[in-house]
Ligand binder design. Structure first.
Ligand code: BJW
Ligand code: ZN
Length: 274
């Protein structure tokens, strides 16, 4: 029978101090204190829609204007939010590791770009990012931080408005490819779509070779990310979970730090953010 995870900061600091290859797997909870809603539970709705119902190729095919309104709103929120102490602590710890010749990577399911803005450099974005778009015709990828991304989306996306209170935006007014003028979509991995194979391969390599895994602010229900921490635990390596929830996701993990990760993570990493 496996032992229950412990919440001992001193013990954790002994382990992380000796680790040479560290992976931090992050989810929406890491950005919650920056004001970005999580997906599941309270806050996971946009208007009457579950965010996860709009994040699908079927939803985009059926109603590209509605899905673009949703992503326009998400872009505006993400671009105006600031990294919080959890993002900053990870960036600072990565810097410390570099100075000490140790390896530290963030594998994130988030698409908000806040790890990068906090100063992390070793980042793998599993589910894409809000600042990029991909053409549905020629697959060209652009970085586009324009706000709004097209004139027709100006003033749209308000979560408090009902869908039908504004006219549907015509297809030819939605964001266009800079190369072929085809319709572009957010550069986001939606349900049922494959992750970028290079990002997935690199993530798997890290997961298979790390000697410590931090799993921060994720419900661990979406694959393939959901299997990464259990894969590390399976190899007998320590896994430390940081989550608002009191109950650990997996009894095979060594540590569980319950509470907002903007508080628990800097404490556990022993970084001074002043
Ligand atoms: C705090 C906190 C604070 C709050 N401090 N903590 C194997 C088995 C079964 C199904 C599948 C499988 N392999 C693939 C699938 C299908 C599917 C899947 O996993 N479905 C499951 C739901 C069952 N996966 C896919 O389709 C993936 N593609 C794929 O694998 O392709 C091959 C394939 C396809 C089909 C079949 C088989 C193989 C693609 C997944 C793409 C996910 N996309 C989304 C939306 C796009 C991003 C966007 O628009 O922003 O990504 S879904 C959504 O969930 C988003 C997130 O990145 C992802 C994970 O959510 P996350 O981050 O965990 O957030 P929450 O809200 O769930 O949790 C927040 C947590 O934080 C909670 O625990 C809180 O307690 C905590 N918290 N505040 C600390 N302050
Ligand atoms: Zn194109």
């Amino acid at each position: 029978m496996s032992k229950r995870p412990i919440s001992d900061y001193n013990e954790f600091q002994k382990i992380i101090g000796q680790a040479q290859n560290i992976v931090a797997l992050t989810g929406a909870g890491v950005s919650a204190e920056s004001g970005i809603p999580v997906f599941r539970g309270a806050g996971g709705l946009w208007r009457t829609h579950r965010a996860t119902d709009l994040a699908t190729p079927t939803a985009f095919k059926a109603n590209p204007a509605l899905v673009w309104e949703f992503y326009h709103y998400r872009r505006e929120v993400a671009f105006s939010c600031q990294p919080n102490n959890a993002h900053k602590a990870l960036a600072k710890y990565e810097k410390l590791c570099k100075e000490q010749g140790r390896q530290f990577w963030v594998i994130t399911q988030n698409v908000d770009g806040l790890h990068k803005r906090a100063g992390s450099e070793n980042i793998l974005e599993l589910h894409g990012c809000l600042e990029k778009v991909i053409c549905t015709k020629c697959r060209h990828i652009d970085v586009n931080r324009e706000s709004p991304i097209c004139e027709a989306l100006r003033g749209r996306g308000d979560p408090a408005k009902a869908d039908e209170t504004l006219p549907i935006i015509p297809l030819n007014e939605l964001p266009k490819c800079s190369k072929c003028k085809g319709l572009v979509r957010p550069y986001i991995v939606w349900f049922g779509e494959n992750l970028d194979p290079d990002v997935l391969d690199k993530s798997r390599d890290l997961v298979e070779t790390c000697d410590l895994c931090l799993v921060i602010g994720t419900s661990s229900v979406v694959y393939p990310a959901a299997m990464f921490a259990p894969m590390v635990a399976e190899r007998g390596k320590p896994v430390a979970e940081f989550n608002l929830n009191e109950d650990p996701f997996d009894d095979g993990f060594c540590f569980h730090f319950s509470g907002p990760c903007g508080t628990t993570l800097p404490k556990a990493l022993g970084v001074d953010l002043q």
